[in-house]
Design a protein around this ligand. Structure first.
Ligand code: GCU
Length: 754
């Protein structure tokens, strides 16, 4: 028997303070308004589980009734104690009370598994776990869990949520609640699950003044000026992230030093550590470690050293002391994220040292506190530097591949999915194939910098799933990227995936309510990269809008079409940087009198009178293709075998190039843009058909976004097509495309802070 009466009493006291959750409206009334704050943890009353007739076979099937489920889950029996036990218990109590309409009782009696819900780790149960459940635990690693129904003589099964560690226990609690929200048969639960990727991280590009970089529609969640005072939102954010398995958060922007403005490097000064400790405390309760973006020059910026040379003993000692100091203040400190020698962030090159020398110095400082250094591979040369290959795509590989095998065991190289910069339809970076002896982490962008900001519906799971499944051929055929991201046998170092977050301080967290689906999908894929986008979209829609299949099914379908639609009217066939946050701007910054060397005219898409696209072939181009192993090289080298969505990323082609459809390239570009706009109209029509079936607040919010998306899609279409008409001189066969006045620039119809 496991007992901890004091804990149970504390838990009860805490629960009495939980907010009252109103009951959902009856089915036949207009749904009550919602602001989206609860996201996918809505916990509305379960109404659809009932004795039903299976309409496909016309036989009555014996499914549990609402009464059965209320009875089975009317009590929670908790074995063991601790902050994550309490977090799990709080969540179960909150969720079950709201879903079942009555608060379950709580006690610590776990001697016998009769009816009710049992919660505890294997150790907590002290042998009371049935052997078949204990056996299920044998096969799972850290953070895994079992959620199972155990039949018993009384007729009402016991539901067991158990794990080997308390983080797994918390994840199991969230999983049970999700299953119930999705209508699972509670009497037949038999779930064993554990994460595929050890580190599932969110990178906040948030600044200490609460501004954000590339996060749309709001300011930072983290109210640095008012911290260390806490806010309920910090806990709710932690709950949402933990519910999809996030276990690491970097709280500040990778850009820690920008002249005149950002001083993110202050994050590891004592002043900010006191503030960060409050966030870290909330995160830790939910199994999330806290990481900081640091500036390589910190020993000079706020230490009393006059060098940051990684080879200097004083510098090494400084970092070791700082790491220890941080760990003392923040026990759940996970390590550092570093953007070095990139876009104005200084690094080891200032001292003639390599990236691995810089990273290893920090890794050594972090090792005694069990931390990791995550070193970003987003490094390229300034375009005006004359030496080397001018193609930005080749440069990260040139910098890092020669360093393969030289990084410390607790150093991880974080690589963006594509070699340029989060573009739509970039190929998977060649670095993933080229660094077999280095710990690798994939960086994805949940926030929609190039994928629609907070205006365009763009569900990224199908694209991410494709990236994760990409065969890198690193270890021969059948070497999918997802396998490169898992800790190798016997290693205790964690690595995996990082997503640049899209949550902010807005009421619905993401600006565009439907963009919540991307945060959810990111967590799901980080946990299980094999999960299908269809399941993720379907589940998210039901969790967010309820289990009416006509409503949730339609929304899931909209999500699943959205990436392809966006690609059609945005950058055609893998072209890069024909615009960015300010809108379509295919001729660079739109101001020819002030050429911006980073974004000068056509640098990224090489459009001229004859053709368009970037020649990256080995035969005639920048040679980027040569960074891949065979057979990827062969596939990408020829326009005939290159996947069409990346054709112009790899090849410069004449406007009359014949596409697989039989059309010319230029006509395909024109037509796709028109098709894309028509598809947005269809999306909007789908949403209009849901009027009256979704609460007005969310309905009109999304409709407003879709209206803006349509206006912007038309703008993109006309700017990009007009640009191509001018450059190519080839008229549109259908006569729709009109010439534009220069500069080619589509201003945005609406956007929030970024
Ligand atoms: C992009 C983005 C920047 C960001 C950079 C990075 O270029 O626009 O805001 O700082 O990526 O990943 O470091």
């Amino acid at each position: 028997m496991v007992g901890n009466k004091a804990h149970a009493a504390r838990a009860l006291a805490a629960l009495s303070m939980l907010a009252f959750i109103p009951a959902a409206p009856a089915e036949n009334r207009m749904p009550a308004n919602e602001n989206g704050y609860e996201a996918w943890l809505r916990y509305r009353p379960i109404t659809t589980i009932d004795t039903t007739t299976d309409t496909t076979t016309d036989t009555t099937i014996n499914r549990p009734t609402n009464q059965d489920i209320s009875k089975a889950l009317s009590s929670i029996h908790v074995a063991g104690a601790g902050p994550r036990h309490t977090a799990a218990l709080d969540e179960l109590h909150r969720g079950l009370s709201a879903m079942l309409g009555a608060s379950p009782s709580i006690d610590d009696d776990t001697r016998e598994l009769s009816g009710g819900l049992y919660l505890g780790t294997r150790t907590d149960f002290e042998g009371a776990l049935p052997s078949e459940i204990a056996a299920m635990l044998d096969d799972i690693g850290p953070e895994g869990y079992v959620v199972a129904s155990v039949p018993n003589e009384a007729g009402t099964p016991a539901i067991v949520v158990t794990a080997d560690d308390d983080t797994g226990l918390l994840y199991g609690a969230f999983r049970l609640l999700r299953e119930l929200q999705l209508g699972a048969d509670f009497a037949a639960l038999n779930i064993v699950d554990s994460p595929a990727l050890p580190l599932r991280m969110i990178n906040h590009w948030d600044n200490l003044d609460r501004s954000t970089e590339r996060v749309y529609g709001g300011f930072s969640i983290f109210d640095w000026p008012n911290l260390p005072e806490s806010q309920p939102r910090y806990r709710d954010y932690s709950r949402l992230m933990a519910s999809v398995g996030i276990n690491g958060i970097v709280v500040n922007n990778v850009n820690t030093y920008k002249e005149g403005r950002l001083e993110g490097w202050r994050i590891i000064t004592d002043e900010y550590l006191d503030k960060a400790a409050v966030l870290a405390g909330e995160f830790d309760r939910y199994g999330i470690k806290t990481y900081f973006s640091v500036n390589f020059m910190s020993p000079i910026l706020f230490g009393d050293l006059d060098t940051a040379d990684p080879a200097e003993r004083s510098v090494q000692n400084w970092w070791r002391d700082r790491a220890r100091h941080i760990k003392e203040r923040i026990p759940s400190f996970g390590g550092f994220l570093v953007k070095a020698d990139s876009e104005g962030e200084a690094g080891p090159h200032a001292y003639g040292r390599t990236h691995s020398e810089g990273a290893n110095m920090l890794a050594e400082a972090l090792a005694p506190v069990g931390g990791v250094v995550i070193w970003r591979a987003f490094v390229y040369r300034h375009p005006e530097e004359s030496r080397g290959n001018a193609d930005r795509a080749v440069q990260a590989y040139e910098h890092f591949a020669p360093l393969d095998g030289r990084f410390a065991d607790n150093a991880i190289l974080q690589i963006k999915h594509g070699p340029i910069d989060f573009q739509v339809n970039e190929p998977v970076s060649s670095l993933f194939s080229g660094m077999p002896n280095t710990n690798l982490m994939l960086e994805l962008q949940i926030t929609q910098e190039y994928t629609g900001n907070d205006i365009h519906l763009n569900f990224l799971a199908p694209f991410w799933r494709r990236v994760l499944s990409f065969d890198t051929h690193r270890d021969g055929p059948g070497s999918p990227l997802r396998d490169m991201l898992q800790a190798r046998n016997g290693s205790s170092t964690a690595w995996g995936v990082a997503g640049v977050g899209n949550f902010h301080d807005g009421l619905n967290w993401t600006g565009h309510l439907l963009a919540q689906s991307n945060a959810y999908a990111y967590g799901m894929l980080a946990w299980n990269p094999r999960q299908s986008p269809e399941t993720i979209a379907g589940d998210w829609s039901e969790l967010t809008f309820g289990r009416n299949p006509d409503v949730a099914g339609k929304i899931a379908d909209m999500l699943l079409r959205s990436y392809e639609i966006y690609s059609k009217y945005y950058f055609p066939y893998g072209l890069s940087l024909m615009g960015w946050a300010g809108g379509a701007a295919p001729d660079g910054n739109g101001d020819r009198s002030r050429p911006d060397p980073y974004r000068n005219i056509g640098r990224y898409h090489q459009t001229d009178a004859i053709g368009t696209g970037y020649d990256r072939t080995i035969a005639t181009g920048s040679g980027y293709v040569g960074q891949y192993p065979e057979p990827l090289r062969e596939t990408y080298e020829s326009p005939q075998t290159c996947p069409p969505e990346m054709l112009l990323w790899f090849h410069y082609l004449p406007y009359d190039f014949e596409m697989p459809s039989g059309k010319t390239l230029i006509q395909s570009i024109y037509d796709d843009h028109y098709e894309g706009v028509d598809m947005v109209k269809a999306l909007r029509r789908d949403w209009l058909s849901l009027e009256g079936r979704i609460d007005e607040e969310r309905y009109y919010h999304v409709l407003g976004k879709l209206n803006l998306q349509l206006s912007e899609a038309i703008l993109w279409r006309d700017v990009i097509n007009g640009f191509y008409l001018d450059m190519s001189g080839v008229p549109d066969a259908a006569g729709r495309v009109q010439a534009l006045d220069r500069p080619y620039r589509g201003l945005r119809y609406g956007h929030g802070p970024r």
